[in-house]
Design a protein around this ligand. Structure first.
Ligand code: PHE
Length: 384
C-alpha cells in the first residue's frame, strides 16, 4: 500500500497545477510585431515537455529581439496550453490562428497532438513547425507542416541495431502505449529492424497513458525471458514501468530496458528513482556533446534559467529558429512565401544540421543516452 501511495504521489508531483504566468517584461503584441504561436503541453501527462519547449522558444525570442528583431520588427511569442490532449491541441491552434493572427506555430510535442493540430494549420496556410514530433505522418499532413526532429523509422532502427549489435540481444519484448501514434509507430520500427537483424520478439504488451499499475504486464514480459525490453513511451509511464520492473516484479539487472526520446524528462528520475539506472534511450541532443552551437545554447539557457536544457528545449529553440530565419529569408510573413522559405532552410542548429528533405523532415544524427546515478550520460552518436 505504502509503495502504491508513494508512486501515485510521485506521479502527481510531476504535474504542476497551473501553466507558468507570463514572465515579467513579456509584453502583449503591438501593431507591427511579428506574432509566433506555440501549442505546447504546459500541463497534463507530459507537462515537462511543454515547459522545456516554452523556455527554449522564449530564450530565442529574447536573443532575436535584443538584436533588433526580424525584418526590423519585434517578435512576440504566444504559447497556448494543449493540456497534453488532442482536443485541446486543435482548439489551441484554432485560437492562435483566428484570434491572435499568428504567422506560424511551434508545436506540438507529442505526435498524436501534432496530427490533431496539423490539418488546421494546413487549411489556414499557416506554417507549423514541430520541434519534437517524430512520427512520419506528422509532416505528411501537408506542405505547411515541418519539423526540427529526425523521424521514428531512423530512431527505431538506431535502438534495434543498438540492441542487436552493441548489447548482442536476440530476444526482445515490446511494451507500447496503445493511444499514442508515436509509441505504436516506434514499436513497429523496432520490431521490423530487430527481427531483420535475426532477433525474435518474445512478448508484446500494451497499456495507455494514465495507467499506474504495470505489475501484470511486466510479469508477462518477465516470464518470456527477454534480453531487452523496448518501451517507446513518455516519461510519465516509463518512470513507473522502470520502478515497478525493478522493485515489484524483480527484473534481473542484466535485462536492459530501452526507449526513445520520450524518456527525456527530469521527472523520469522522480518516478523511477535508481530503477532507471543502467538502461538506454535514443535522443536528439546531449549537453555532453561538444559543439559551438550546443555550448552557446547551454550557456545562454543556464544564464536565463539556471538549469541545463533538455532535448525538448533545444528542439523548440531550433524549430522557432527555422521560422524566424524563414521570415528573414522570405522578407515577409505571408503564408506561401514563408512556407517556401522554411522548406529551403539550412541551419547549423543546436540539435545538429537542419536541411529538410522533400518530405519536410531533417536528416540528422541521434545520440544514445545511458542512465547512470539517475542522470543522463552521453553514450554514443549514430549517424543516418
Ligand atoms: N518524439 C515524441 C513524439 O513524437 C516527442 C518527444 C520528443 C518527446 C523529444 C521527448 C523528447 O511524440
Amino acid at each position: 500500500m505504502l509503495l502504491i501511495a508513494s508512486l501515485i504521489f510521485a506521479a502527481c508531483g510531476t504535474k504542476p497545477a497551473e501553466p507558468a504566468a507570463p514572465a515579467a517584461g513579456e509584453q502583449p503584441a503591438a501593431e507591427g510585431d511579428i506574432i509566433i504561436g506555440g501549442i505546447l503541453p504546459m500541463t497534463g501527462a507530459i507537462a515537462t515537455f511543454g515547459q522545456s519547449s516554452k523556455k527554449g522558444v522564449d530564450l530565442l525570442v529574447e536573443q532575436v529581439n535584443a538584436q533588433g528583431g526580424v525584418l526590423g520588427r519585434k517578435v512576440v511569442f504566444v504559447a497556448e496550453d494543449t493540456k497534453s490532449t488532442q482536443a485541446d491541441s486543435a482548439t489551441a491552434i484554432q485560437k492562435l490562428i483566428q484570434q491572435d493572427k499568428v504567422v506560424a506555430v511551434v508545436g506540438e510535442v507529442a505526435s498524436s497532438n501534432s496530427l490533431a493540430a496539423g490539418p488546421i494549420a494546413q487549411d489556414a496556410k499557416v506554417p507549423m513547425v514541430s520541434g519534437s514530433s517524430t512520427n512520419p505522418a506528422v509532416t505528411e499532413v501537408g506542405d505547411y507542416i515541418f519539423r526540427a526532429a529526425f523521424i521514428d523509422p531512423f530512431q527505431g532502427a538506431v535502438m534495434a541495431n543498438f540492441a542487436s549489435k552493441d548489447l548482442k540481444a536476440v530476444k526482445a519484448a515490446i511494451m507500447t502505449d496503445a493511444n499514442s501514434d508515436y509509441s505504436i509507430g516506434l514499436g513497429n520500427v523496432f520490431k521490423e529492424v530487430f527481427t531483420a537483424n535475426g532477433g525474435s520478439i518474445v512478448s508484446e504488451v500494451s497499456f495507455v497513458s494514465g495507467d499506474t499499475d504495470f505489475n501484470t504486464i511486466l510479469t508477462t514480459v518477465k516470464n518470456a525471458k527477454p534480453d531487452v525490453v523496448f518501451v517507446p513511451s513518455y516519461y510519465d509511464t516509463v518512470g513507473l514501468i522502470l520502478n515497478q520492473a525493478k522493485n515489484n516484479v524483480g527484473f534481473p539487472a542484466e535485462v536492459k530496458f530501452l526507449g526513445g526520446d520520450g524518456w527525456d524528462s527530469p521527472a523520469l528520475f522522480e518516478l523511477a528513482g535508481d530503477a532507471a539506472d543502467g538502461h538506454y534511450f535514443s535522443n536528439h541532443y546531449s549537453p555532453d556533446v561538444d559543439s559551438p552551437e550546443v555550448k552557446a545554447f547551454i550557456d545562454a539557457y543556464q544564464a536565463k534559467y539556471n538549469e541545463v536544457p533538455d532535448a525538448l528545449a533545444a528542439l523548440a529553440y531550433d524549430a522557432a529558429n527555422m521560422i524566424l530565419k524563414g521570415i528573414e529569408k522570405a522578407g515577409t510573413t505571408e503564408g506561401p512565401a514563408l512556407r517556401d522559405a522554411i522548406a529551403a532552410i539550412e541551419l547549423n542548429a543546436v540539435t545538429g544540421k537542419i536541411k529538410l528533405n522533400e518530405k519536410r523532415d531533417p536528416v540528422k544524427s541521434a545520440v544514445v543516452i545511458i542512465v547512470e546515478d539517475q542522470k543522463q550520460k552521453y553514450f554514443t552518436t549514430v549517424n543516418p
